[in-house]
Design a protein around this ligand. Structure first.
Ligand SMILES: [Zn+2]
Length: 152
């Protein structure tokens, strides 16, 4: 028979302090990591966004694919600038619709402090939010990017 005294009572301790990430990931860097992991150039991504745009927006007969691609190219280039954050959620939703990219992760990186950031691989941008589970080699890299787990 078990008695209460068979178990040591855990003493309550103050929560451990969160350790600040010395290299917090920026939203623009997250976009670059995900785009490259998908094997897409900036132009490839712009092309996909333009195709989506033309397929979903009421068609303006004057709007040609090459023109929309050019506009999307400028959008992607601006979003990938260091320190850039999208102004329109629809832009980020469009990116998430055409390549593996988590809009929630993007906004979390943009709007919350580094201590609230999700775990993200610095090699490919995979995160704990992805549909496919990520195997972690280190705190900041997945096993695909750093199979030995000896740091990147
Ligand atoms: Zn990775």
């Amino acid at each position: 028979m078990l008695h209460r005294h068979d178990f040591a009572t855990a003493t309550r301790r103050a929560p451990l302090p969160r350790r600040a990430d010395p290299r917090p990931l920026s939203p623009s860097r997250y976009l670059i990591l995900r785009r490259k992991a998908a094997g897409l150039s900036v132009h490839d991504l712009a092309q996909r966004m333009a195709t989506l745009y033309l397929a979903t927006q009421p068609r303006n007969p004057d709007e040609h694919l090459s023109h929309v691609v050019g506009t999307m190219l400028l959008v992607v280039q601006a979003l990938e600038l260091r320190g850039a954050t999208a102004r329109r959620p629809a832009t980020i939703d469009a990116i998430a619709a055409v390549m593996p990219f988590d809009a929630a992760v993007y906004w979390q990186l943009a709007h919350t402090g580094p201590d609230r950031h999700p775990r993200i691989c610095r090699g490919c941008g995979a995160s704990t939010h992805d549909d496919a589970p990520v195997a972690w080699a280190t705190k900041t890299s997945c096993t695909r990017c750093d199979p030995a787990g000896d740091g990147m």
